[in-house]
Design a protein around this ligand. Sequence first.
Ligand code: NAP
Length: 639
Amino acid sequence: MTSESSMIDRALAEAHLPALLMALIHMTGDTGLLSPEWRASYQPMEEAIKARMGGYTPAMAAELRARAKTAIAAHMEGAALPPVPSPGMIATMMNFVAGADIPERYIPFLMAQLGLSGGDAGRCPAAETTRNLAGSHLRVVIVGAGMSGLLAAIRLKQAGVDFTVIEKNADVGGTWLENVYPGCRVDVPSHLYAYSFEKRNDCRQFYATQDVLLAYFREMVDKYDLRPHIAFNAAVEEAIFDEAESIWRVRLRDPEGVRTLHAEALITAVGQLNRPNFPEIDGKDRFAGPSFHSAAWRQDIDLSGKRVAVIGTGASAYQFVPKIAPNVAKLSVFQRTAPWPLPKSHYHHEVPPEKIWLLNNVPFYDTWYRFYLFWTLTDGAISALTADADWDGPPQTIGAANAYFRGLLTETIQAQVTDRPDLLAKLIPDYPAGGKRLLVDNGLWCQTMKRDNVDLVTTPIDKIEPDGVATRDGVLHAADVIIYGTGFQASRFIWPMRIVGRNGQEIQDAWQGDARAYLGITAPGFPNLFMIYGPNTNLVVNGSIVLFSECAVRYIIGCLDLLAQTGATTLEVKQSVHDAFNLKVDAANARMAWGAAGVSSWYKNATGRVSQNWPFPLVDYWNATLAPNPDDFLLRGSS
Ligand code: NAP
């Protein structure tokens, strides 16, 4: 008992206090604890940075821990838990943890996410759906065995649908298989970056590294016995919709040659960030040494003692630059636009065993901890990135909350370079905070930029010479190796596959460089084609894309169910529905930090439209994808 008692003490010292308070209510049924002084209080985004744990005083924290200790000890001795509080009470509890009045429309979403409405938050297909689908003889081809393709495979398997996954690589994992650059790790908390039905309470890292994530997805494949359904080393070259037969003819190339699969439905799960982008820089091909992209890291090239040029300062470079800097002779980092850092001192920390203990042993603590992470990083943060039409504050801010956020971030940069005023101007971005992906930072970036062997070059690149990179001021930055951290061809959705829909129309021709879809999933003229992580479904505030994939997959299963129920052979979104949706998306994106004029990023395509991002709260995607509305579609033919 003594060792148990001291374990509880140590664990409670690590507890997130508002989450602990909620767990205490679950354990004791004492809703009297929901008095105003216990309501957490945060400034927008401040909690994400400073982890103030709700603003409780030391005396309140001590009281909470003491009460929780008694309740946990009783629970461990076998005390029964009171019934789960009512939805109305849960709604109040959410407000307490978030320190905000969460709108009504969030309640069903959050209840499901918290697992408090029973069952599976990502919605395992319902028994009725499974019955419909099992009797439908639908065949489905999924392209890609990364996070979202595997998710689709799990759900289709659960629904008893015949499916094949086509994967161009020799293994599963997608982005987490391909990106093996030093320092690669997720920049969303590990406890959120997981399937909702396969939680990761035992994760040892707050932000899991690439190898850990790859292991997780491989584990999912084994657990759900997906390998027999996956064709590896097979790349889809073309998919043509045969109108007479109402099937997709999917041509793929694998080591044995070319073959064609037939399927009633085609799901693309190829990611937005898969095809590397190499900048058009004069002389690129004349460089004498090796050069490579961050997503195709050359493990065979030893960088130690070399002069290395890195082009780009986005999320990838932000992770690998600090890792390689100590080993190279000289590192020239070419920055076109400064990124905004999102400070997280525990970014590289291991999760203490005490926290893992809390997640695994204190009833509902994991639920509320996840909710706190979710809220402070996603919908709770959205106001800081939304423009206020009447704002007449300082330039490069779009509203009061955004200005406050900018101030917080600027202070943290300033504090790190007091000894290097020359760096300050280079490091502070000249666009609104949140205009581009915020880069999770534990101080390593500034430390690296201050190293004697590192030069942060902000003069624009003129050309590449055989022996280095020349800037417009005439300086040659000598280099033995060039690494391109220049991102991906994100706006070329589902490219380079050739997807041909009705009337022989190729999807890239239909899009003309400006990809659009309804809910990012379906497009007019392309019956029974479903995209996961399609146009306008990327997240900027660091929500987990896993959640979006779960929404999309649930919706796709609903569409297949609609086919099965109606006996129609094709389902195609109406042009009017698609267009009305896109008008709303465009208007909303224009109000966001990333839609602001003067901000250029991979979120905007060549036309200047934001074709990548979801501009609304996450809850709206969840609600919109609960089930397809039959009125949105043309349902044709009979099977
Ligand atoms: P990125 O964010 O698109 O960054 C590309 C960088 O290259 C930018 O700094 C860009 O500058 C620069 N660049 C592009 N063309 C250039 C040119 N011609 N001359 C000079 N600089 C040029 O790419 P990324 O770093 O690979 O990240 C892409 C996305 O992948 C991220 O936004 C994130 O969503 C995801 N990602 C996530 C993680 C994670 O979870 N840990 C890690 C890596 C990536 P400008 O800013 O001026 O365009």
